[in-house]
Design a protein around this ligand. Structure first.
Ligand SMILES: [Zn+2]
Length: 313
C-alpha cells in the first residue's frame, strides 16, 4: 500500500470493517479495452479491499488502460467527503461528490452532530471540482422506522445544498422509491438529478424519464436475476442513462463477489449495449456525453492547492 501524494492517505477505509467475511479475494482480470472511452459515475476509491488492495492511483491507471477516462469519487461522511474533494483538487482524472450517507445521517442527528456535518458539506460543495452532492437519499433497508424522519430531513437539506451551489444530486435509493420521488417533487429536484445504482423497475424509469432525471446503472444490471433492471434500462431515454461501478461493491458478471474497480466498467457497458441492442461504441459515446451534461468536463476546472476546509479544523 503506497502513500498518497502530499498529505492524502492512500486508503482511509477498509471494506472488511463493513462486512462479515474475510474478503480473501483478489482483483479480477481486466476486460478488453473499450474503443470509445467512458467515465465511472460513482466510486469509492478510499476503500482497501481484497488480499492485495489497490490505492487510488492504481485504480485510475488500470481504468485508463481499458478506456475509463475518469471517476466521480463519492464521499459518505465528513472525512470521506473531504478526502474526495482533496483528491479531485489534485487529480485531473477525478471529480468529487460530497454528502453524509443516508445511513450515517440519522446517527449524526441522534448525536447532535448533523448540523455541523452539513455545514462542512455545504462548504465543500462550493469548491471547484466538487460537481455533485451525494450520495444522499433514503435507505429503508438499513434504517429503522423511528429514524426515517431524520433521514428524510437530511435528504431535504442535501437537496437544498445542491440547488444552492447549482451542482448535481446523486441519490442513494434503497427500498424507498416512492418516498424518494415524493421528497424530490415536494422540495423541487435540482436540475441534474441522478439515481445512483438505479434499482427500480420500468415504472420508476417512466418517472425518471418524464422528470428529466438520470438513471446510473451499476454492475447489478449484469446480474442474471436483474431482468427488471434491464426492462427499466430499455424504458429510459438514452440521453438520461449513466454507468458506474460503485467500487468496491457490486462487481459485474463474470466477477461477482470479487473486489470492484473502475477498470471493470466495460463489462457493464457491454451488457447494457446488449440489452439495448446497440453498438458498444455508440453507447459508450452516449454515456460519455451524458456524464459531461450532468457534471461538466473533467478538464474545465483547475487543479489547486488544498484549502483549510479540506484539512479539517
Ligand atoms: Zn456508493
Amino acid at each position: 500500500m503506497s502513500a498518497g501524494p502530499g498529505d492524502l492517505p492512500a486508503h482511509i477505509r477498509a471494506r472488511g470493517d463493513l462486512e462479515a467475511g474475510d474478503r480473501k479475494v483478489s482483483y479480477p482480470p481486466a476486460p478488453h479495452p473499450l474503443r470509445v472511452g467512458v467515465y465511472d459515475n460513482h466510486a469509492h476509491l478510499e476503500f482497501a479491499d481484497g488480499d492485495n488492495p489497490m490505492d487510488y492511483t492504481e485504480h485510475l491507471d488500470r481504468a485508463g488502460s481499458v478506456g475509463v477516462m475518469g471517476v466521480i469519487q463519492v464521499g459518505t461522511d465528513v472525512e470521506t467527503s473531504r478526502w474526495s474533494a482533496a483528491l479531485a483538487h489534485r487529480e485531473p482524472r477525478v471529480l468529487a461528490a460530497v454528502a453524509i450517507h443516508p445511513n450515517e445521517a440519522p446517527l449524526l442527528h441522534q448525536a447532535g452532530e448533523l448540523d455541523d456535518a452539513l455545514a462542512v458539506i455545504d462548504e465543500l460543495a462550493s469548491m471547484p471540482r466538487v460537481v455533485a452532492v451525494g450520495e444522499t437519499g433514503l435507505d429503508f433497508f438499513r434504517t429503522p422506522e423511528e429514524l426515517q424522519d431524520a433521514q428524510k430531513d437530511a435528504f431535504r437539506a442535501h437537496i437544498e445544498i445542491a440547488k444552492k451551489h447549482g451542482i448535481a444530486l446523486q441519490i442513494h435509493d434503497r427500498d424507498a422509491h416512492d418516498q424518494v420521488v415524493e421528497v424530490l417533487l415536494e422540495v423541487g429536484a435540482p436540475e441534474k438529478t441522478v439515481f445512483h445504482c438505479f434499482s427500480g423497475d420500468a415504472e420508476l424509469a417512466e418517472v425518471l424519464s418524464a422528470e428529466g432525471w438520470y438513471a446510473s446503472f451499476a454492475g447489478t444490471v449484469t446480474f442474471k436475476n436483474s431482468e427488471g433492471l434491464r426492462e427499466a434500462l430499455k424504458v429510459m431515454p438514452r440521453s438520461q442513462i449513466l454507468v458506474e461501478t460503485d467500487t468496491p461493491f457490486l462487481t459485474p458478471v463474470p466477477s461477482r463477489g470479487k473486489p470492484n474497480s473502475p477498470y471493470m466498467i466495460p463489462f457493464t457497458v457491454r451488457s447494457m449495449a446488449e440489452t439495448l441492442e446497440m453498438d458498444e461504441n455508440l453507447l459508450a459515446a452516449q454515456l460519455t456525453n451524458n456524464t459531461i451534461d450532468v457534471y461538466g468536463r473533467f478538464d474545465d476546472q483547475p487543479l489547486g492547492e488544498l484549502g483549510s476546509v479540506l484539512r479539517g479544523r
